[in-house]
Design a protein around this ligand. Structure first.
Ligand SMILES: [Zn+2]
Length: 295
């Protein structure tokens, strides 16, 4: 189980959320049997989405973060709720690339930079809010920072890290998202800049035994930081047989009658390792149901 925390400064003008998401990224690796660079890429995106989701106000709100960078990993999607629980999908989970110039997993190379980062916030309104920015580096944290600065006009610092063992298991994974509200005093900005400059990379801090809370506290050191929230956070997929049935019904009678010619139809969830199996008779029964009206 992962941990997500929120820390604020004395006048609540600076907020920092931090996550220890090793188990979330381990689950991503388990579901996708992904290569190291893809585990790192999707892990970072999932943790970034989790931190953004954790900032949403209401139960039922969700945030979807998607990259379409034209890289060999294809499209990556992560969906998080307001507790930071997250699910994620990668089009091509097995991509092998040489290490980048810094000797690290080449996440930017796998994701690509020829495209966009899209954020869709479903806040229970009629229309979800959506924003898009060109990808800066495909390294994810930088792209999320850019999105928040440009699209939401919130100065932010985002850092995300995933360390993968040689046997492809996840050694550690985490990140933080620090945001400055408009009334943040100038000297708070200076303190934060100095704090960020002396902070080690996230994976190194986690390797040294620091918790999510320690990391968030360190980012706000000198600003009278206080812990506001502290929750368990998990990889959660909300798929179900009922949802799968509704999806099948929406295909229409003709399509379903064709599927019913096979002895059984197997539907795999994009976000987890669940498979839903339907017999020909079950498919025929679904073919007789009317699709629900869609807006
Ligand atoms: Zn699922």
């Amino acid at each position: 189980m992962g941990r997500i925390v929120r820390v604020i400064n004395g006048d609540a003008s600076v907020v920092c959320s931090a996550i220890d998401g090793k188990d979330i990224v381990a689950r991503i690796e388990e579901i996708n049997k992904s290569s190291a660079v893809c585990t790192a890429a999707l892990g970072r995106l999932a943790l970034g989405a989790s931190l953004m989701g954790f900032g949403l106000k209401n139960e039922g709100d969700t945030v979807t973060v998607r990259t379409d960078g034209g890289g060999p990993a294809g499209t990556l999607i992560a969906v998080a709720d307001s507790y930071g629980n997250v699910k994620a999908y990668i089009q091509n989970p097995v991509v092998e690339l040489p290490l980048n110039a810094k000797g690290k997993l080449d996440v930017g190379g796998a994701v690509g930079t020829d495209g966009t980062l899209t954020v869709i916030k479903d806040l229970g309104m009629k229309q979800p809010y959506s924003g898009q920015v060109p990808l800066v580096s495909g390294e994810i944290a930088e792209d999320i920072t850019q999105y928040l600065a440009v699209s939401e006009q919130v100065p932010s610092v985002c850092a995300l890290g995933v360390l993968v063992n040689p046997d492809l298991s996840v050694r550690c994974a985490g990140g933080f998202l620090l945001q400055l509200l408009p009334f943040a005093p100038e000297d708070a900005v200076d303190v934060i800049e100095a704090n960020i400059a002396k902070m080690k990379p996230v994976t190194e801090m986690l390797e040294n035994g620091m918790t999510a809370e320690d990391i968030a506290m360190l980012a706000l050191e000198g600003l009278k930081p206080e812990k506001l929230d502290d929750f368990e956070v998990n990889y959660v997929c909300d798929c179900s047989r009922e949802r799968t049935e509704r999806m099948l019904i929406s295909l229409g009678k003709k399509e379903l009658e064709e599927l019913a010619q096979d002895e059984k139809t197997e539907v795999c969830c994009n976000f987890c390792d669940k498979k839903y199996v339907f017999t020909a008779d079950e498919i025929k029964a679904l073919a007789e149901q009317k699709p629900e009206p869609q807006e």
